[in-house]
Design a protein around this ligand. Structure first.
Ligand SMILES: [Zn+2]
Ligand SMILES: [Zn+2]
Length: 237
């Protein structure tokens, strides 16, 4: 099980949730909304206190979730595409992959040839809005046909910073209905490529292996280095 942070209406708060506004005790009982009092719902907390919430207002809670889908999702790499004709092109593409791996907390692979199956990847990120002269243009075509998310580069005024301080220069974080920014780290939607557990961006290291960057726990670096072939990193992908 992993803990994840969610924004849910008061009507969907469940026993076991910890409210951001009331972090000292988990919800022990959450009765159904009483039709006689449709504007409030009483939560009984583990410490015996009662908390009145609105069924329609949104609350930030942390909740235990099965980590299988989440981590499987977060260890699926994204693919970075761009022109690779010149050393400067390749440098820009490699730099994008590094930044995307850091911002998303998931592996990012960059393609210098068409030897990739785009559907093995969660999304595509481009170094330039137009890749018409790129050797890997065929991969972009395959991604579009497969209806994958294809992300064009952000402009300077699209740069977004999460409350935790993570600056998104190349990726778009989730912005909820209240305008609150949620990076992958704050959502718990990131994972160490070595052990598969949730990452803490501040304590994460980005390991380069082949044409990819893999975020791992600093504590897992020793394991990565012990296995010089980093075969397990590839296995995790
Ligand atoms: Zn954040
Ligand atoms: Zn780890």
């Amino acid at each position: 099980m992993a803990r994840t942070t969610l924004t849910v209406p008061g009507s969907e708060i469940l026993p076991g949730d910890i409210l951001k506004r009331y972090p000292s005790a988990a919800v022990a009982e959450a009765a159904d909304v009483d039709p006689r009092y449709p504007n409030s719902r009483t939560l009984i907390m583990a410490d015996g206190t009662r908390y009145l919430c609105s069924p329609v207002q949104e609350y930030v809670v942390t909740r235990d979730v099965d980590d299988e889908p989440a981590t499987a999702h977060a260890t699926t790499p994204v693919l970075c595409l761009g022109p690779v004709e010149t050393p400067a092109d390749v440098k820009a593409l490699r730099a994008l992959a590094y930044s995307v791996a850091y911002e998303l907390g998931r592996p990012a692979v960059w393609a210098t040839n068409t030897d990739h199956t785009v559907t093995d990847y969660a999304a595509v990120y481009l170094t330039a809005a137009s890749l018409l002269d790129a050797a890997t243009l065929v991969l972009l075509g395959e991604a579009l046909v497969a209806d994958m998310d294809v992300h064009e580069p952000l402009t300077a005024d699209e740069v977004v910073t999460c409350d935790c301080g993570l600056v998104h220069r190349h990726t778009r974080p989730l912005v909820d209905a209240q305008g609150v920014v949620w990076c992958a780290n704050c959502l718990g939607d990131d994972a160490c490529s070595w052990c598969g557990e949730e990452l803490d961006t501040e304590a994460a290291e980005i390991v380069e292996s082949g044409n990819g960057f893999y975020p791992v726990h600093a504590a897992c670096l020793a394991g990565v280095r012990r296995d010089a072939s980093t075969s397990r990193l590839h296995a995790a992908v």
